[in-house]
Design a protein around this ligand. Structure first.
Ligand code: SF4
Length: 393
């Protein structure tokens, strides 16, 4: 018997099988996530947007590059400052030299349109319990050994099966899904800033929030431009040690620290994620040093999420991070004076909750990404009245 994709998905829901649209999480967390979202809303995400293949001459000229006297071009979007000759595709796969110009291959063509809980960013301090339109185009300028989305992050955007999502369609998608925010996620958004700025500029004017989940390996000027249209950033700080950074993601730590400071200086909401990978970045002394740096340079109210590694991609033989390590790291961060420290990819766990830094009561209780109870009143603790950092309205 033939049936449409929609009918197939509805059938899965009726059978209690769920909708496998959420990538980048352990199966157990996917199950929890699905339990926390309206199944019909999940099933419908991205269904009405057309798919399309984009010819090379439909892509616009990239920003953040210069032409060199010998005819080559130099990209200055990220600290790699790569130089390319005619027809070469960039290391991050989102840019190509075409007819003497650098063009962006990630424009109007996301490969993923999902409906996600905002907590998946992770953003625990922005409008808890709301859903966001999660968008991603192919491409990334890191090479993380544990990438959970390697099939899209390590692909050229115009070689993927893509949606046709110009800015006008983004408005339609937001209205259909009743979302008030877009989250750029799954791959590395900072390697397609032209598209983000186009969509964000258009949707922000209509009261839509744009949030960016990034590894932060980007130069300050393009990042400052992104800050003009984005309201919040979740930055994955891969390690606090140069050798570990290179080993995990083949990039460097210092530019990421600079990005964290740039976002903070721009007055944007910022949450930091540190995925702890056994034997790579689990030294508690270095974690303590990292927490001290975060407190000193970003403030004690910057949320920090310790993520649990699950074997993936090129690290399939490593065991998952022991729960004890995650708990030790969380305690270390609290001892260092950070006020909001979370466990990510571990549930159920007390580290899923938000606690009032003054009275210590749990003001938001969570099960993974699902909000069980929210006792924040007008941005303050519902028990003692302490102001809680975040965007709550
Ligand atoms: S953004 Fe891409 S092309 Fe530009 S320097 Fe970085 S990796 Fe190279």
């Amino acid at each position: 018997m033939n049936c449409s994709r929609r009918e197939f998905i509805d059938g899965l829901i009726k059978l209690g099988i769920g909708v496998p649209i959420v990538s980048g999480l352990s199966p157990a967390l996917n199950a929890l996530l699905e339990a926390g979202l309206p199944a019909a809303a999940l099933a419908e995400a991205g269904q009405s947007i057309r798919k399309r293949n984009f010819p090379i001459d439909s892509f616009p000229e990239a920003q953040y590059y210069k032409k060199l006297p010998d005819g080559r071009v130099q990209c200055n979007l990220c600290p790699n400052l790569h130089i390319y000759k005619e027809s070469e595709v960039s290391f991050c796969r989102t840019r190509q030299v075409y007819k003497g110009k650098l063009i962006t291959l990630a424009y109007n063509n996301p490969c993923t349109i999902n409906l996600d809980p905002i907590e998946k960013g992770p953003f625990n301090h922005i409008r808890p319990g709301t859903n966001v339109l999660a968008l991603a185009s192919g491409g990334c300028n890191l090479r993380c050994l544990y990438c959970q989305n390697w099939d899209i992050s390590q692909s050229q955007p115009n070689k993927l099966n893509t949606f046709d999502l110009p800015k006008e369609e983004s408005k339609k998608a937001l209205e259909e899904k009743e979302c008030k925010a877009i989250m750029w996620t799954y791959t590395e958004p900072t390697v397609y800033p032209e598209y983000i700025k186009e969509i964000a500029g258009y949707t922000t004017a209509q009261g839509v929030r744009n949030l960016i989940c990034t590894a932060g390996f980007v130069n300050p000027e393009p990042l400052k431009d992104l800050c003009k249209t984005a309201e919040g950033f979740a930055v994955a700080l891969k390690a606090f040690d140069e050798d570990a950074y290179i080993k995990i993601g083949q990039q460097s730590l210092k530019p990421v620290l600079k990005s964290l400071e740039t976002i903070k200086a721009a007055g944007k909401w910022l949450e930091v994620v540190n995925l702890i990978v056994p034997t790579y970045n689990d030294d508690m002394g270095t974690i303590k040093e990292m927490c001290g740096w975060l407190k000193k340079n970003l403030g004690s109210e910057t949320p920090l999420h310790f993520g649990r590694f699950v074997p993936e991609y090129k690290l399939k033989t490593l065991p998952p991070t022991p729960l004890k390590t995650i708990e030790q790291a969380r305690q270390t961060a609290l001892d260092e004076g950070l006020k909001f420290v979370y466990t990510f990819n571990v549930a159920p766990h007390e580290g899923n909750n938000t606690y009032c830094p003054k009275c210590g009561k749990p003001i938001i209780k969570r099960l993974a990404f699902k909000i069980l109870e929210n006792n924040i009143k007008n941005g303050t603790c519902g028990y003692c009245g302490e102001k809680i950092a975040g965007i709550w309205a």
